[in-house]
Design a binder for this molecule. Sequence first.
Ligand code: SAH
Length: 354
Amino acid sequence: MSLQLLDKLAEGGGLSHAEYVELLQARSPALAEELFARARHVRDRIYGPQVFLRGLVELSSYCRNDCYYCGLRRSNHNTERYRLTPEQILASCEVGYRLGFRTFVLQGGEDEYFTDERVVALVRSVKASCPGSAVTLSLGEKSYESYRRLREAGAERYLLRHETADPEHYRKLHPESLTLEKRLRCLHDLRSLGYQTGAGFIVGSPGQTLDCLAKDLAFLADFKPEMIGIGPFMPHHDTPFAQAPAGDLDLTLFLLGVIRLLLPTVLLPATTALGSIHPRGRELGVLAGANVIMPNLSPPDVRSKYSIYDNKLSSGAEAAEGLEDLRRRLAEVNCRIAPGRGDHPNFVQQDETQ
Ligand code: SAH
């Protein structure tokens, strides 16, 4: 019965809400193995047994928002905040460029210091110093006009997880000023501006049910993001969810496999949260169909301050300097690092220097 659901997933077009719930309820080690084998097959057919690297620069831990799950929320007064200078950001990208990175992800809290003018200048300088590279932004919710300016400055991709596709669940995770409607409007704006757009959600966030996850999958099947970031919920001790249990590793892996079958060409990271919850989390993610890894390129002295949850990895194979370790770990799961900037196949590369 559940094998039929895998067949149906692979045919394209998605499942009904009831079928997603049924598939998640039917999850067992045997079904997961079958799903992962199929997911790897699909990934390898499209991309080969390879992962693309993205160098992550966490440019600011200041945030005007107050998401209940995140350690960077503005009500957390126990955290030491930092903000990188443009020179530090550029230097981090240049270090990555020398290591072979061709995509840089500039991520941060919603820090009002980083005005459009400042981010435009940053994007331009990264593009100029690192020829042939793609710039991905992940700086939260902005107006259409702001997204337009950043796109015009050269940013090609934007990551903005929808967090949960269930409006009531969204309200349990965020204060009233933040709504799912607004988040989705941002995603549609990004798409219409020609960004390769990333959505995604936290697995096991407080109050999440299989019903919520089925809605997440239906939303993804419909929106078809070029990139999807999912990772287990990890509690942070200075948030209202300090006592909530962490998300489930096996459920996260299962969802990665489902997403690979649902959207064969999606760029799907084995996220830092996955690497943080289990020592081989990243490799298990790759075995479940992931094809992106985002090592940390931030200056080492600020990494521990970008504390969105407790026990977040930022060293070893998670760090840009740990590429050899990462290579070895990937080889153990018959995978290698892909060269180049790793655009989604629907996007024709405009930059001819690559
Ligand atoms: N301010 C940006 C970047 C947020 S950090 C934005 O709003 O998009 C990137 C992602 O980390 C978030 O989208 C969220 O899904 C995830 N995250 C935050 N807190 C988390 C936690 N406690 N456990 C797991 N993931 C978390």
